[in-house]
Design a protein around this ligand. Structure first.
Ligand SMILES: [Zn+2]
Length: 365
């Protein structure tokens, strides 16, 4: 914040930019460095062409189909959702997308109370003393969700949600291939090449929009289930997307097959499903409804036998789960969802036990 006056002197064209916008960008840099020092990667350098969004803190006014942006003046815009009366504009973020500029306005109504996350120990676990897996199968206060590719979500109550594979289905892949080829056939640096590239960009945007809309509806179905808590996998998506390690022949030094080409297809499917975005939406809607989201370590959740606890890779055969020890069988992903639910239940019980231990005097009353 304090460096701004110096920066303004060094770059006179900063005067054309609204002061609150500049402040916001300093803030962004600050969070980027904070993230870095907390071990989340070095900040990316942004030049003018990949700087695609900025935020106003003050001075934005909207009237009908016109919006006032400081230093830019009144602009015409498509008012997709009018601002309800009684709200004040807190900030406005402008974002450049493939087919134009979008503005999102943050509003505040002081009469609405802040949402508070429900603490974990308030989840009603129906068997608070003594965990019995047999009984837990009947507990429906927690919904376990297993995220996947063939189906986007498997519920512990056997319900499934389809994965439309917006960018990796046959039709989308074909369209993308054709449009990509059209770019490659045009002269580099030409206007027609730019036009063709723009078309690919618009297609990608359409896919993103469709996916976002679908995810909101999926998150809504999950959250509106009659449960107190939703158990999800604690995923490490970027770890899953990592490339396979390079394998080389020790004698000749030539590269050997390491399964990367197969992994590439899987990586694309994982990106297309974008589980982490879905999880964020579920968490957002859950808080609004006063429901708890419990994140569970999914380790071996699809390999562990739910009957005898035998954990082995060979238990799973595609969609089927057959225990090699006791012969218990179940749909692999639904079984995983149930395991996730049970693990969530265990953590709830553990928490409530600790509470009981801590305030045992209160319990006696
Ligand atoms: Zn078993």
């Amino acid at each position: 914040m304090t460096a701004l006056p110096y920066l303004k002197k060094a770059r006179p064209w900063f005067a054309e930019i609204d002061s609150t916008v500049l402040q916001q960008n300093v803030k962004r840099l600050d969070t980027a460095y904070k993230n870095f020092f907390e071990g989340r990667g070095f900040p990316k350098f942004k030049n003018r062409s990949n700087f695609t969004s900025f935020t106003y803190q003050m001075g934005v006014k909207a009237q009908g189909n016109k919006i006032y942006l400081p230093k830019l003046g009144w602009l015409r815009f498509f008012n997709s959702r009018s601002i309800p009366t009684g709200f004040t504009i807190k900030a406005a973020t402008l974002r450049k997308r493939q087919d134009g500029w979008y503005v999102s306005i943050r509003i505040e109504d002081k009469t609405i109370p802040d949402y508070v996350k429900k603490p974990l120990n308030e989840v009603k676990a129906s068997t608070p003393l003594g965990f019995n897996p047999e009984r837990s199968r009947r507990v429906n206060s927690i919904l376990g969700c297993d995220l996947g590719i063939t189906k986007l979500v498997h519920f512990s109550d056997r319900h499934q949600i389809d994965n439309p594979r917006f960018s990796t289905n046959k039709k989308a892949r074909r369209t993308l291939k054709i449009r990509q080829r059209r770019i490659n056939r045009k002269v580099k640096g030409s206007k027609n090449r730019k036009k063709a590239a723009n078309k690919v960009g618009r297609f990608h945007k359409k896919i993103t929009d469709k996916r976002t809309a679908y995810q909101w509806s999926v998150a809504n179905t999950i959250v509106s289930r009659k449960v107190d808590a939703i158990a999800l996998e604690d995923l490490n998506v970027s770890g899953m997307l990592r490339r396979c390690q390079v394998k080389t022949d020790e004698k000749t030094g030539r590269f050997l097959k390491n399964g990367q080409s197969r992994k590439k297809g899987l990586n694309r499917s994982i990106s297309d499903a974008s589980w982490s975005d879905l999880i964020l939406k579920i968490e957002y809607l859950a808080v609004k409804q006063g429901k708890v989201v419990i994140k569970i370590n999914p380790k071996y959740s699809s390999q562990e036998c739910r009957n005898c606890g035998h954990t082995d890779k060979s238990n799973r055969d595609g969609e089927k789960f057959i225990c090699t020890e006791c012969g218990y069988h179940e749909h692999a992903d639904i079984g995983a969802a149930k395991t996730i639910r049970d693990r969530a239940l265990e953590t709830c019980i553990e928490r409530s036990r600790n509470i009981v231990r801590g305030d045992s005097a209160k319990l006696a009353v």
